[in-house]
Design a protein around this ligand. Sequence first.
Ligand code: G6P
Ligand code: ZN
Length: 578
Amino acid sequence: CISGRSFRFVVKASVQTASEGLQIKAIPTKPVEGQKTGTSGLRKKVKVFQQENYLANWIQALFNSLPLEDYKDGVLVLGGDGRYFNREAAQIIIKIAAGNGVGKILVGRDGLMSTPAVSAVIRKQKANGGFIMSASHNPGGPEYDWGIKFNYSSGQPAPESITDKIYGNTLSISEIKTADIPDVDLSSVGTVRYGNFTVEVVDPVSDYLELMEEVFDFQLIKDLISRADFRFSFDAMHAVTGAYAKPIFVDRLGASLDSISNGVPLEDFGHGHPDPNLTYAKDLVNIMYAKDAPDFGAASDGDGDRNMILGRGFFITPSDSVAIIAANAQAAIPYFKDGPKGLARSMPTSGALDRVASKLNLPFFEVPTGWKFFGNLMDAGRLSICGEESFGTGSDHIREKDGIWAVLAWLSIIAYQNKDKKVGEKLVSVADIAKEHWATYGRNFFSRYDYEECESSGANKMMEYLRDIISKTKQGEKYGNYTLDFADDFSYTDPVDGSVASKQGLRFVFTDGSRIIYRLSGTGSAGATIRIYIEQFEPDVAKHDVDAQTALKPLIDLALSISKLEEFTGREKPTVIT
Ligand code: G6P
Ligand code: ZN
């Protein structure tokens, strides 16, 4: 196992001398089971990754899976969210990359770079791809989670065809190629060379900030932020956006320093769970629901791709957020000045966005859960703005969802709607923007119930039970006051490459458009997490102010009774409600 800061291979190494002058060692190794990637990379407990050669095997399996021209003498980006084990992992990755003939690694200072920034840097620097060391919103520290993702040359997460290949190779791996070089000092910007291999430590913010300045009207946002009657609060949750918040919001856009909280990235996220939702972003929720709350609040997750948006005492669901951004993008965001090319959401995300697409007469797509499904549509020029209920929002400026982008999008919309407001005039608030949107499009009430870390067998049995029910359902059947339109196991055929993703979530769709969806999470690291998504459309403005939990109560009860969740899992209550 690993001890100390630097990783040592303890098996006998045969030494090869590469023509470039780099000493390459071929380390014998054996396959380790269970290295299949989930929704978003390989994610396990730190202790699992600390097993001898565990990470090294996966990285080598990845190189074994890529065509040579995808990395030989090429450039790869390396970044991470600052969590525990990133320091050791960065050195392992750098050495194996060198051992496999990569020409250059661009690594963020201190190993930091947010997921969206890695995507941006890959695109801007025309790199062949990049590694992201993160378990996203999962807690960090020696007892918690670690993870690794690989992104491709257009900045998008590696497609399933590649991740399947990597998994296959982890089952037969016999050798790791690693360069015999010292640990690289990542603490300051600079370049080191070993033969033909270069490591360049870069500022993790500058390329990303430059892109944000191209996308948004920074002056418009600055004018809003500098108003005495507008206050803003951003919670970096001690995660990677801590490295971005000050340079962007404070130094560039003029926010006060005290508008940033938990702004220093920490290896254990300050014992937090860096997931920006109403349960885990408690600090921000307390600030935004207090008496003297700021006008606008936002948070981002471990690796900076998720976001949560709040007004004063007002929560914007991610499903509403993407719809509101899409509806206002052309007016408020220069990048969309010619109008978005198309809109898309993941299947469980509410239908609020569908209504915007239909009103704006835009192409619209419904894809399975997972950001990777948006990439092909973007590359084909058919999709500009998309989002997921899981607190992901973004656009085709990169190929990942983007937390800071979402915050800047909201600031742009608020700024645009208030640009003519004189001091003393009441500003259009976040809540006003949402209510105005509902009045125009109707409101899609939405909630998600999570049952985390259930016993896998009970969760699987429940899904099987539901599949069985679905196979017997008929259109027109009554479920309480609801009439079934259809029920199925969602499957998606990519309109660009024809690939099919099946078993992507169990749906009960009713004739009034209400939906109940059941899915097992693909991002957990222990047991099974069951998610139930509940949605109901309400066109009547007079009913828009009802609390979502109240409005959805009958459907929630129905969802629990159809699935017999309590019987299968023993759970009386969800762990998280959003
Ligand atoms: C990651 C992906 C998202 C996806 C989410 C689903 O965050 O990047 O695109 O929506 O996982 O997580 P789940 O736990 O529901 O599989
Ligand atoms: Zn994330």
